[in-house]
Design a protein around this ligand. Sequence first.
Ligand SMILES: C[S@@+](CC[C@H](N)C(=O)[O-])C[C@H]1O[C@@H](n2cnc3c(N)ncnc32)[C@H](O)[C@@H]1O
Length: 228
Amino acid sequence: MKQESCNLNDSGCKTTSKTDNLGEYWCAKYTDTDYTKSGWYEKESKPSLDLIAQCNLKKEATILNVGVGASTIIDSLLAKKYTNLIANDISSCALNTIKNRIGNLKNNVNWIVDDLTNPTALNNLPQLNLWHDRAVLHFFLDEKDQKTYFDLLHNKVKKGGFVLIAAFNLDGATSCSGLPVLRYNASLLEVKLGSEYSMLKAFDYEYKMPNGAIRNYVYTLFQRKIES
Ligand SMILES: C[S@@+](CC[C@H](N)C(=O)[O-])C[C@H]1O[C@@H](n2cnc3c(N)ncnc32)[C@H](O)[C@@H]1O
């Protein structure tokens, strides 16, 4: 597992991973500017929370939030009394932003700094009831990275478990945060997940950025088939 070596007060905040400098790249996004002005910040993760409510998960369900950034979804899920939350990001700075915000509640979350395209600690996760990704998968342009992401997902999501993926839509932006993205629609995500998953919900969503501009997302909710 990569070590955390920075917090919001550090200057030149760095992760100690030797495998890539992507963590540092993202760290700067959370420390150089006000994260609440970032092009993906949501005061409340409403579309994700609405879909999660439809899963009817038990409060002790194991919920992995990949590339969670500084998202308030952790705050919201804690407020809803979910007791088994996992927050992953490649950037420890991102996770520290949440920790600083939620105070002692941070002790109720399992924090994992790890790279979804080269997982180490993530490989040791327990089986999951829900995999939640908003605005992360679309950064993985290489097929190898996508395969690693989906291999991890398949290894970790329980039969009967849920997969919630929100990504830039086909008519959405071609880059985010200075990085190119691969855009999706519901059918493309369905193909990516494969025949072991049933699509329960899919909708297009216009997200209003803090600067007022619109970014088009697609939200999808899948369930892993019991007989898979
Ligand atoms: C656009 S932000 C979205 C953050 C959050 N999901 C949200 O909706 O607010 C993308 C996030 O993915 C994280 N990320 C990028 N590449 C990653 C990787 N290979 N493994 C884990 N996290 C990654 C970034 O650090 C960043 O926090």
